[in-house]
Design a protein around this ligand. Structure first.
Ligand code: PLP
Length: 393
């Protein structure tokens, strides 16, 4: 019997096809924005994480070009060897200023930031409590850390409390992990209650601000600011959470960060393998992110435009009684469908009308849905076109 050791992969792909879970890439041409071009056709874009419309902004592009000309394309090494530029430090200081924390550290992606931070904060003798809907990078960070991992029901502080009461004393350190805005649902974590439990049970908290940075909070600092104002961000308080985020969503570039107390950040610089053993962020991405943070801080009107657009779409969707719109406190609005097929059909129907809004299906999420993301650069007319198209589904 000689069969290829890879034969099982073909069978697994078959299964993926049969379940309707098969995924494919689609090439977008031109600059990103409220409309995008795909396969020679223009679409209204309701699938981007570029909430403030900065990824196609001339100022970011010019900053990236200037950095390319000064520093070249690659950073050539890890931050502790030849990869470090003053630009990286400037970006970290800008992030700490945006987040109102003592310090920040920049990783090459948000995914790497989570892997590195979690594996540095906890290990074999420790416990991780993780919201069941947390992003893949938080879940995998917990696995990589070697800590014991328990999931608590989505946003359920009662369940979190029960698990802490039963388990906390068996472990040395404990880390609670949560998305702030949940990436596939658009709802917000109950941060004040989580922080209260963390104080009671002596736990660290890492909150993933990927979809919140630049989007919520009085100055765009994210969910921690949204809930607590600046006092909650006082990093001299021993209970202040560790915040991570990405530079690839509202910031319009690439890279990830962790922001927090000087002590935590210093420790990550000395221990986080996904920061120490990987090449530093490229000069162009670094410069673009730095410019974006300047814009986030100096142009609060972009955030206002974003929220105006969110309110407009939410109001219109709620007028369609036949739609199941998931609860959301963010620019992520999900319309739920009973099965994979109907979600895919709805996405196709929208596409036929020139609207790009993909179906998100299992195994990414438990139930199939159309996931819409609103941008500051969507006009009222574009929002209305989407709402009308939904009315016809
Ligand atoms: C996108 C995302 C990440 C990963 O960030 P990248 O910079 O894209 O690697 C982490 N957490 C959440 C919640 C995200 O949505």
């Amino acid at each position: 019997m000689t069969s290829s050791p890879y034969a099982w992969i073909e069978q697994s792909l078959e299964t993926i096809h049969r379940a309707g879970w098969y995924r494919q890439t689609r090439a977008i041409s031109g600059r990103p924005g409220a409309t995008i071009e795909c396969d020679g056709r223009r679409y209204l874009n309701f699938a981007s994480n570029d909430y403030l419309g900065l990824a196609g902004d001339d100022r970011l592009i010019q900053a990236a070009i200037a950095a390319l000309q000064t520093y070249g394309t690659g950073s050539t090494g890890s931050r502790l060897l030849t990869g470090h530029r003053t630009l990286h430090r400037e970006l970290e200081i800008a992030i700490a200023s945006l987040k109102h924390t003592e310090d920040a550290i920049v990783f090459s992606s948000g995914y790497l930031a989570n892997l590195g931070a979690i594996a540095t904060l906890v290990g074999k003798r420790d416990l991780v409590l993780s919201d069941q809907y947390n992003h893949s990078s938080l879940r995998n960070g917990a696995i990589v850390s070697g800590a014991s991992v328990l999931e608590y029901d989505h946003c359920n502080v009662q369940d979190l409390k029960i698990k802490l009461s039963q388990q906390r004393t068996h472990f040395q350190h404990c880390l609670i992990l949560t998305d702030s805005i949940f990436s596939m649902d658009g709802d917000l974590c109950p941060l004040p209650e989580i922080l209260e439990l963390a104080a009671q049970f002596e736990c660290m908290v890492l909150v993933d601000e990927a979809h919140a940075t630049g989007v919520i909070g009085a100055t765009g600092a994210g969910c921690v600011e949204h809930f607590g104002g600046r006092s909650a961000l006082d990093t001299s308080r021993s209970s202040a959470p560790v915040q991570m985020g990405t530079l690839s969503k509202a910031i319009g570039s690439l890279g990830g960060y962790v922001a927090g107390s000087a002590t935590v950040i210093d420790f990550l610089r000395n221990r986080a393998p996904s920061w120490i053993y990987t090449t530093a962020l490229s000069p162009a991405d670094t410069a673009a992110a730095l410019e974006a943070i300047r814009i986030v801080q100096q142009e609060p009107q972009r955030r206002q435009q974003l929220w105006d657009a969110v309110t407009r779409l939410k109001t219109s969707l709620h007028h369609h009684a036949h739609l199941t719109v998931l609860p959301s406190q963010s620019p992520i609005l999900c319309v739920q469908f009973p099965e994979v097929k109907s979600a895919l059909a709805a996405s196709q129907a929208l596409q036929d009308q020139g609207i790009f809004a993909p179906a998100i299906r299992p195994p990414t999420v438990p139930t199939s849905r159309i996931r819409l993301t609103v941008m500051a650069t969507h006009s009222a007319q574009q929002i209305d076109r989407l709402a009308t198209a939904f009315g016809l589904l």
